[in-house]
Design a protein around this ligand. Structure first.
Ligand code: UD1
Length: 420
């Protein structure tokens, strides 16, 4: 298992390009199961989650080929409608194949994902949504087995706003007979990207970008090409990295309108921002001001940025409170940040942070994707040599993170598992 070694203390300076959105790609790739033929996706990042999804589709008979940022997919020979446990346990987003498979082929067998590193993550809304559309669903030996001759339009009201369940049910409803209404639908940019992709394929969806989607089922869809939207969490992570190090950077190929809540918080923390249509310049003070954050569904502050914000607040001049309302247990980074000298008190889903003058290097352990990002960021300002172990978590969702940080002046290097 690779690790990162970081010598803290360098101010980030320079320009980097943001890659395509992991979470949009993970939704659009399974959507190709909805119509046979050839697709081409541009701006696909080089990430482990993307190859995991490609592998899963290949197991179903799909051909995939990736050249740089272009991913070609051919769904002509789909002949297996199963997502085995071995794949799903690597990546929960594998459950996205459920809706498309049952809608197009009338059968899907998808392993239940189980919990994740920081706690339970149910998929009841995915199952109930597809069931409402007329699929017969049984849970058999840890698998969701869904059958339907033809799905039928229905009204689905989600108890909580869920990105994944909205995507899955929307993909199922586009080929159902009649009208479906999804109430309390997620409005995250990745869901809008999926809806727009489906419309390009011939789907009829009204209310895109609102919490009420009205979908008129069609008989068939057709393959199209698409470019991924920029990854808003990668963009946010680099902005927070700049804020932590008192840096001055420009991020390009991003969509500032997707991260307005984060930009507001960065300004409150003392950073100066210049915002273009697809770029952001940030100039940050040496010490950030304390700023409270409560995560919320889009356009609120993203839970995927909570861990990084906690690192920033660890060195702020004063105290702040960070609350995660989406994932109550998503705080596995806290004990590791404390090992780096942070002063954080955790009470259920509320972290009370007292900023310290200086974090100090230590060996820390990655536990999940965003927690790992927060440790790398903390390492950038910790005094001495920080080692972040198990960086494979980071490779799931950050493209060449160490290379991009190096280009901004950070002293970070990867040590391959074979070397130590
Ligand atoms: C997606 C993102 C993830 C992000 C999360 C919240 C992908 C691949 N992942 O995950 O990075 O952190 O959105 O923005 O896009 N819930 C249920 N039942 C369900 C499904 C969800 O109770 O069937 C709850 C969850 O426990 C959570 C909330 O709904 O409290 C939101 O989760 P959801 O939006 O579904 O997250 P994901 O789609 O899994």
């Amino acid at each position: 298992m690779d690790k990162f070694i970081i010598n803290g203390g360098n101010t980030l300076k320079g320009t980097i390009k943001i890659g395509g959105s992991k979470n949009a790609a993970l939704a659009l790739m399974p959507a190709t199961l909805l119509a046979s033929g050839k697709y081409q996706f541009d701006n696909i990042p080089d990430l482990r989650d993307i190859s995991t999804m490609s592998k899963l589709l290949e197991m179903m008979g799909v051909d995939t080929e990736k050249h740089n940022q272009i991913l070609s997919i051919n769904t002509f020979r789909v002949n297996k409608f199963e997502a085995p446990y071995e794949q799903v346990k690597k990546m929960r987003a594998s459950i996205y194949v459920l809706g498309p498979l049952v809608a197009r082929y009338g059968y899907a067998k998808v392993s239940l994902p189980g919990g994740c590193a920081w706690g339970p993550r149910p998929v009841n809304l995915h199952i109930e949504g597809v069931r409402k559309l007329g699929a017969k669903i049984e849970i058999d030996q840890g698998y969701i087995v869904a059958k339907a001759k033809k799905l039928k339009g229905a009204r689905i009201t989600f108890d909580v706003s869920s990105v994944g369940a909205t995507g899955n049910v929307m993909m199922a409803a586009v080929l159902a007979k009649g009208t479906s209404v999804i109430e309390n639908a997620a409005i995250e940019p990745e869901i809008i990207a999926l809806a727009e992709f489906l419309v390009k394929m011939g789907a009829q969806i009204n209310g895109i970008g609102t919490t009420r989607l009205e979908i008129e089922g069609v008989d068939a869809l057709h393959p199209v090409n698409e470019a991924m939207i920029p990854d808003r969490i990668e963009a946010g992570t680099f902005l927070v990295a700049a804020a932590l190090t008192g840096g001055k950077i420009k991020i390009e190929n991003c969509n500032p309108s997707h991260i307005t809540s984060l930009l507001t918080k960065l300004e409150e923390a003392g950073s100066k921002l210049q915002i273009g249509t697809d770029w952001i310049k940030i100039q940050s003070p040496k010490i950030p001001k304390p700023v409270d954050v409560t995560t919320a569904v889009y356009p609120g502050f993203p839970t995927d940025m909570q861990a990084q914000w906690l690192s920033l607040m660890s060195v702020a001049k004063g105290s702040s409170v960070i609350i995660d309302t989406i994932y109550f247990d998503r705080f596995k980074h806290v004990p590791e940040l404390i090992r780096l000298g942070a002063n954080i008190e955790l009470n259920r889903n509320t972290a009370m942070v007292k900023g310290v003058k200086q974090l100090k290097a230590a060996k820390v352990m990655s536990t999940d994707l965003r927690a790992s990002a927060s440790l790398v960021l903390a390492g950038l300002v910790a005094k001495g040599k920080t080692e972040v172990l198990r960086v494979y978590h980071l490779d799931r969702g950050y493209e060449r993170l160490e290379k991009k940080l190096q280009s901004l002046g950070a002293k970070i290097r990867r040590v391959s598992g074979k070397e130590y």
